[in-house]
Design a protein around this ligand. Structure first.
Ligand code: SF4
Length: 635
């Protein structure tokens, strides 16, 4: 989020803030003025009561300052960041009467905008495995257009036109006046500088729109069935970007995106807003502060001594990673897990990582995770059943899939998929060793089935010189035809990480313009279009090494999870380190591991109780270990 973006948000918000304050406070807050002393100073904590994405912090701050300029507002998260229930969003301190008078209005803005950002993120996550982007519409609350559309961007969506003046959108009512082709011609003549989008309601109208030269900038498929959309994608063959519009629900959006369209517009993002549940607690601020919890965790660690080892992934919160005995990415932590003899391994990361540690653990070792529900969006895109169904199709096409394919699973996957690879003479890989593993796999058999991350698979294979036409993206809704399968050397599962997927090519162009000489370094879970534009690509360990080795004054725009980027910023003040994206993406599930949860697990351990132990069923663990050991042998 740039300063200009915040400035333009606040310019649009100011009259709304004035209106809202006049409406709510009027001549004064009768209750606070009657009860609170004029010089009373209060502190308040704005806390999330449900999970969601925060948007509108600058507006909330402006409300408090408008009511009383001495109120201090300290944000504890950024706009665009996901929060979990109980998480501290912001603190306010200052004149008590002003603070209480501003509370409702500030929360109303923050809750509404965060509600929009939260719903947008749900849609964006639902299509993360495809190349479709989520767009908003003009169905915004009158007067709130800039705020609503800002919130959509914080949720990871893109803005469609802002108003009627900045784009031509020819709809059925315009077409009724004389047909698509004359309407486009008239619009092009009248407004040669504006992009043109044409709405079509049938494949016949689509063909008319496609026949126009020069071509229109976008075609909107209005209220078409899934089958019609698929046909439209096939007919258009990439000549003009396609947008799907009309009655798109959260349940149906993934299937619509899987047809191959470029954009999906969703009016519900802004016309059916459910406010995010946030509240402000006044006065009760210090009960479990981070310093208190830190000393509790430190004390428990020293009680457990060498019986305990804590592993922490780079994307963990600062206050949690501070207690990690070993810090690293998936590959390093998998190795660290095999090196320790500690009786208890507490894994501060997501579930598949703890599962990996449990598979590699020695007899008598216990692996625990502070929050057993901390999953991974990417890992969840591939279930054993779905991968098995795809394997069955490969069996049908080739007769013996085992002779033809080496299955490779990225370590970000369930134990069941690692076991699948173990059973089929396959292997696990991480972002740090994917090329080495892919090379080995292609020496074993002519083809590779790579899951769940399509981007890691594609980026790695491309860097090894495998042409794109030898790679095939699997489609779980519409499996490819046998001929296409036979021509593929690398079959890619259509999974993606919803954090790394949010970096876009236009972010690279924007940072290069704003920061001349900046080096763009990205994680290979980013899309190929982003990786191709970057100066360097590599695992989180690689990214850290590059920043550590760079001379003072180096400028970095980093395409990976934002907690790591922020930590690098603090650890390298001699360099400029920024997130590649304008709305820095955080991994929600990594953020589920909090200091209170870590303290809870350690407290239970010190009391002789195992909570949240991660266990893998023996048969699954046996085969998964085979695939993991193959990877560890490869290095
Ligand atoms: S950053 Fe992406 S791949 Fe990593 S744990 Fe989060 S969702 Fe999974």
């Amino acid at each position: 989020m740039t300063k200009q973006e915040v400035d333009s948000l606040l310019r649009a918000a100011q009259p709304l803030i004035d209106l809202a304050i006049a409406e709510d406070i009027g001549p004064g807050d009768a209750t606070s003025e009657a009860i609170l002393a004029a010089d009373a100073v209060l502190k308040g904590r704005i806390v999330a009561k449900s999970a969601g994405v925060i948007a509108g912090l600058p507006v909330a701050e402006a409300v408090f300052r408008r009511v009383h300029p001495d109120i201090e507002f300290i944000a504890h998260v950024d706009d665009g960041q996901e929060v979990v229930p109980g998480e501290l969003v912001a603190e306010v301190r200052g004149p008590g009467r002003g603070l209480l008078a501003a509370e409702r209005t500030a929360l109303n803005f923050l809750q509404r905008m965060s509600g929009i950002a939260t719903l947008t993120r749900r849609f964006v996550d639902a299509v993360a495995c495809t190349s479709a982007a989520i767009l908003d519409t003009r169905k915004t609350l009158p007067g709130y257009r800039v705020l609503d559309k800002y919130a959509v961007r914080m949720g990871g969506g893109l803005n469609h036109r802002m108003s009627l003046y900045d784009m031509i959108l020819i709809k059925d009512n315009h077409i009724a006046a004389g047909g698509i082709i004359p309407a486009v011609a008239r619009a092009r003549t009248a407004c040669p500088d504006l992009p043109i989008e044409v709405e079509v309601r049938s494949l016949d109208e689509l063909c008319q729109a496609l026949s126009i030269t020069p071509s229109v900038e976008r075609i909107m498929l209005d209220n078409m069935s899934l089958e019609e959309i698929r046909q439209a994608v096939s007919i258009t063959a990439g000549r003009v970007p396609l947008e799907v519009s009309g009655n798109i629900t959260l349940e149906g959006v993934a299937e619509a995106a899987a047809t191959g369209v470029d954009y999906i517009s969703v009016g519900a993002l802004t016309h059916s807003v459910k406010a995010l549940d946030l509240s402000m607690e006044v006065g009760r601020v210090e009960e479990t502060s981070i310093p208190d919890l830190s000393s509790r965790v430190a004390r428990l660690k020293s009680i457990l001594g060498e019986r305990l080892v804590i592993l922490g992934h780079h994307y963990q919160r600062d206050e949690v990673i501070a207690f990690a005995d070993f810090r690293g990415d998936s590959l390093k932590l998998a190795r660290d897990a095999t090196q320790t003899d500690a009786e208890f391994i507490v894994f501060c990361g997501v579930h598949f990582m703890a599962e990996t540690a449990a598979i590699l653990a020695k007899p008598g070792q216990h692996v625990l995770i502070p929050d057993a529900t901390a999953g991974c969006y990417l890992a969840d895109t591939a279930t054993l059943e779905a991968v098995q169904a795809a394997w069955d199709v490969l069996e049908t096409v080739f007769g013996d899939a085992d002779a033809e394919f080496t299955p490779i699973t990225y370590v970000n996957s369930s134990a069941a998929l690692k076991a699948f690879c173990g059973r089929h003479n396959g292997v696990v890989c991480t972002s740090g060793n994917a090329a080495k593993v892919l090379d080995w796999a292609l020496e074993q058999r002519p083809r590779v089935f790579f899951f769940p991350d399509q981007h890691l698979g594609r980026n790695t294979a491309k860097r090894m010189g495998i042409p794109l036409h030898e790679m095939l993206l699997w489609n779980v809704h519409y499996p490819p035809n046998p001929e296409a399968i036979r021509q593929a050397r690398v079959i890619l599962w259509p999974g993606a990480c919803n954090v790394h997927q949010r970096f876009r090519p236009e972010h690279v162009a924007a940072v290069r313009e704003r920061f001349p000489g900046v080096r763009v370094i990205v994680h290979p879970e980013c899309k190929m279009e982003v990786v191709d534009l970057a100066d360097d690509v590599g695992s989180t360990a690689h990214i850290i090494r590059q920043v550590e080795a760079a001379p003072p004054g180096t400028r970095w725009a980093i395409g990976t999870e934002s907690r790591l980027v922020h930590r690098l910023q603090r650890e390298h003040p001699e360099q400029l380190v920024i997130s590649l994206a304008d709305v820095p993406p955080f991994c929600r599930t990594m953020g589920q591991i909090t200091l209170p949860k870590l303290a809870h697990v350690l407290e239970a351990l010190a009391g002789g109780e195992l909570v949240n132990e991660v266990c893998v069923e023996a048969e699954t663990a046996h085969w998964a270990r085979k695939a993991l050991e193959r990877m560890l042998e490869l290095g």
